[in-house]
Design a protein around this ligand. Structure first.
Ligand code: 5GP
Length: 199
């Protein structure tokens, strides 16, 4: 996407797209669909201390690290934001963002609501904040149940947190309701395209 010299001053580069929403809302599926469509985006791979799942690749889904390493990076100021989520730590490293920016792409962050708010409070970052919401809490409950592997305690915790997170919607720039995956992907793509041509 080369814009000739005449309009160079209007071109926005390295816009951060911060996508968040309650756990179980389908953020990851949505994000994967979008990344397949848009070559200007680059997924920001987070660091985490949680255990690697069988279908995950180190360095692609996450950088899987121990707590010692995570806290070393944190104490060195290496994270743009970080959060503790259900006993595990997650963070976006500054190095990852620099790597993406150096390649001329727009960083795309899939992070939790607390993390998104940390980025929002960082005035040095030009970011677009997108909240992905479930059609209803009832629907979110069904999705969490369908994922399985959640004990009733963890299920309850997730739902309570989700309820609380939905109250933060006014802090975001865009709200996408993930009722239909195709429609939600189209909406997300429209946001990204519009933000890129914003003056
Ligand atoms: P999961 O363990 O299911 O992959 O992710 C759990 C939650 O952590 C999701 O809501 C995801 O968006 C969030 N998450 C993943 N990476 C980061 C990160 O770097 N920072 C923050 N704050 N949250 C993250």
């Amino acid at each position: 996407m080369n814009i000739n010299g005449l309009y160079e001053d209007y071109r926005r580069e390295g816009i951060f797209f911060v996508v968040t929403g309650p756990s179980g809302v389908g953020k990851t599926t949505l994000m994967e669909k979008l990344l397949g469509r848009d070559e200007g985006l680059s997924y920001s791979v987070s660091h985490t201390t949680r255990k690697q799942r069988p279908n995950e690749t180190d360095g692609e889904d996450y950088y899987f690290v121990g707590e010692k390493e995570f806290f070393r990076i944190k104490d060195d100021g290496g994270f743009l934001e970080w959060a503790e989520i259900y006993g595990d730590y997650y963070g976006t490293s500054r190095g990852e963002i620099e790597r993406i920016r150096a390649s001329g792409l727009d960083p795309f962050l899939d992070i939790d609501v607390q993390g998104a708010e940390q980025v929002r409070n960082n005035s040095a970052v030009d970011a677009v904040f997108i909240f992905i919401a479930p059609p209803s809490l009832k629907e979110l409950e069904t999705r969490i149940d369908n994922r399985g592997a959640e004990g009733s305690e963890s299920r309850k915790k997730r739902l309570n947190l989700a309820r609380d997170e939905l109250t933060r919607i006014p802090d975001f720039d865009y709200l996408i309701v993930n009722q239909d995956l195709e429609q939600a992907t189209d909406d997300l793509e429209s946001v990204i395209r519009a933000e890129r041509i914003k003056i």
